[in-house]
Ligand binder design. Structure first.
Ligand SMILES: Nc1ncnc2c1ncn2[C@@H]1O[C@H](COP(=O)(O)OP(=O)(O)O)[C@@H](O)[C@H]1O
Ligand SMILES: [Mg+2]
Length: 267
């Protein structure tokens, strides 16, 4: 379980993250949605302890990221779009290398590496050097090494961006499987249909603030829209000041009344 409380990070004038609160329960997929530059990656980086928040706290499975970063690291698997792979290492070597950082060794480490290879369907290329791998194959290496220590909480930054159709489907299947195994999954995406299909709950972040929080069905109902994409446009427009909106500082319980015209903006 990941709990984010009043998280703030500014870069000079830019309020990248400006008082963000949400929580991601175990056994559920939480989507963090927002336009480019909304603060998604900065939020994820603070959760992982890669960036120090100016204010606020992150609690992962009861551990405060500031007080016990090592415990948080053990409890978290993180796949970000920016991490690379080592061209001279095979996927299996990646997994054993990274597993070692988490204190795994010997037969336990080999077994975990194999479990990840099986889980991600990497058998055919698990022992080939990653040089020349397709983007989808590299993505699996990055995801696999995030999962090698079997973390309860899994964070992914745009896991399906730039992948072909098959790789996108496989990634979504992995997300569902993690959820079904009781993991807490938090990921970001630009794709509203993906969020609608995969997410139990979504947090919509606009300009560093949570504009809405709830299940896709709840957000659709709240805005009177037909789809999550339309709801997103309505909420994003409202929070950016294009419309009068109660969602700008919403705690997830925003009141839909008076915001009906938000749906007029869809399209
Ligand atoms: N290291 C940084 N230095 C300065 N500004 C940054 C830095 N990282 C992010 N920002 C700014 O913070 C805002 C949020 O960025 P980011 O969290 O990457 O957004 P998202 O992932 O939602 O696209 C953007 O305006 C971005 O330009
Ligand atoms: Mg980002």
């Amino acid at each position: 379980m990941i709990e984010v409380r009043d998280l703030v990070k500014h870069y000079g004038e830019v309020r990248a993250v400006d008082g963000v609160n949400f929580e991601c329960p175990d056994g559920q997929v939480t989507g963090l949605l927002g336009p480019n530059g909304a603060g998604k990656t900065t939020t994820l980086r603070m959760i992982c302890g890669l960036i120090r928040p100016m204010r606020g706290t992150v609690i992962v499975d009861g551990h405060d990221v500031r007080q016990d970063p090592a415990a948080v690291r053990r409890a978290l698997g993180v796949q970000t779009d920016s991490s690379g792979t080592y061209p001279r290492l095979t996927p299996r070597e990646h997994f054993t290398y990274f597993g070692g950082f988490y204190g795994l060794s010997g037969p336990d480490l080999s077994a975990r590496a194999q479990a990840v290879i099986d889980m991600l369907g990497m058998g055919e290329f698990a022992d080939r050097k990653t040089q020349g791998f397709s983007r989808g194959q590299r993505q699996k290496v990055i995801l696999g090494r995030a999962l090698v220590h079997d973390p309860r909480n899994v964070i992914m930054d745009e896991p399906t961006s730039g992948l072909d159709v098959m790789a996108v489907r496989e990634t979504r299947d992995v997300i569902r499987m993690l959820r079904d195994r009781g993991h807490c999954v938090l990921f970001t995406t630009h794709y509203m249909d993906e969020a609608a299909k995969l997410c139990d709950r979504v947090a919509i972040i606009i300009r560093g603030r949570i504009a809405a929080f709830g299940s896709p069905a709840e957000l659709i109902e709240k805005t009177g829209c037909d789809s999550l994409e339309d709801a997103f446009v309505a909420l994003a427009g409202g929070a950016q000041g294009l419309l009068v909106s109660e969602y700008a500082n919403a705690d997830g319980n925003g009141n839909a009344s008076g915001d009906r015209n938000a749906s007029g903006r869809t399209r």
